[in-house]
Design a protein around this ligand. Structure first.
Ligand code: PXP
Length: 239
């Protein structure tokens, strides 16, 4: 049965809009776990625009399920991950000017860098996931350089403007899932998924986990965080 991993970055985004100490992503993570989330995700960005070092430290101390730290494959973040020891790390591309993570990793362009970072993390017992576009060549390279898991970037699919486009883009995801499954990689998916567009994934039992943040935090404004998480849990568990 697929799992729901809740990303709490945008709770911190609201906090940072005022530069004060609430709402707290650590508190939100506890509520998400009470609502049934089986993993908590946060992205420590180089510019600390939402999650900061204190959040990561406290999440490590308080998360009872599993903590997934998203980070760029750079030495500063590697040092922090090795110090904090999240249960897993998802390597993501990072550009300072982007609004959110815009594309998947280009593992093919820098295999040695990714291999080195993945090995250092795995030597400390941290599982490593690669956030990649639904591209079989990138998935194969992520496997070659030591990835345990791939997270398929669903942003392109989520941005589809009509059903036809969505179906076309979903076909690429199906192919990517088949590639990853044949390589025995763990498979997760995320970015831009919402309460409606996620339903197409019910035909992909190979996807073990969904990584969802923005739409849950958005819905929480209307219905509360616990209910927003529970409603997504019900969809994922119904697959
Ligand atoms: N997975 C990764 C690697 C991400 O960077 C993000 C965005 O923070 C997500 C999943 C979640 O995307 P969203 O906030 O659109 O649900």
């Amino acid at each position: 049965m697929a799992k729901l991993a809740v990303n709490v970055d945008h709770v911190a985004t609201v906090r940072e809009a005022r530069g004060i100490n609430y709402p707290d992503p650590v508190f939100a993570a506890g509520i998400a776990e009470m609502a049934g989330a089986e993993c908590i995700i946060c992205h420590l960005r180089e510019d600390r625009r939402h999650i900061n070092d204190r959040d990561l430290r406290l999440l490590k101390e308080t998360v009872k399920t599993r903590l997934n730290m998203e980070m760029a494959a750079v030495d500063e973040m590697l040092g922090i991950a090795i110090d904090i020891r999240p249960d897993m790390v998802t390597l993501v591309p990072e550009k300072r000017e982007e609004l959110t993570t815009e594309g998947g990793l280009d593992v093919i362009a820098k295999p040695d860098q990714y291999r080195r970072v993945a090995e250092s993390l795995k030597n400390k017992g941290i599982r490593v996931s690669f956030f990649v576009d639904p591209d079989p060549a990138q998935i194969e390279m992520a496997h070659r350089v030591g990835g345990d898991i791939i997270e398929i970037h669903t942003g392109h699919y989520s941005d589809a403007r009509n059903e036809l486009e969505a179906e076309e883009r979903f076909k690429r995801i199906v192919k990517a899932v088949e590639t990853a499954h044949s390589l025995d990689l763990g498979i997760s998916a995320g970015h831009g998924l919402d309460y409606i567009n996620i339903k197409r994934f019910s035909v992909l039992p190979q996807v073990e986990e969904y990584s969802i943040g923005h739409v849950i935090v958005s819905k929480a404004i209307y219905v509360g965080f616990e209910k927003a998480v529970r409603e997504m849990m019900e969809i994922v568990k119904g697959f």
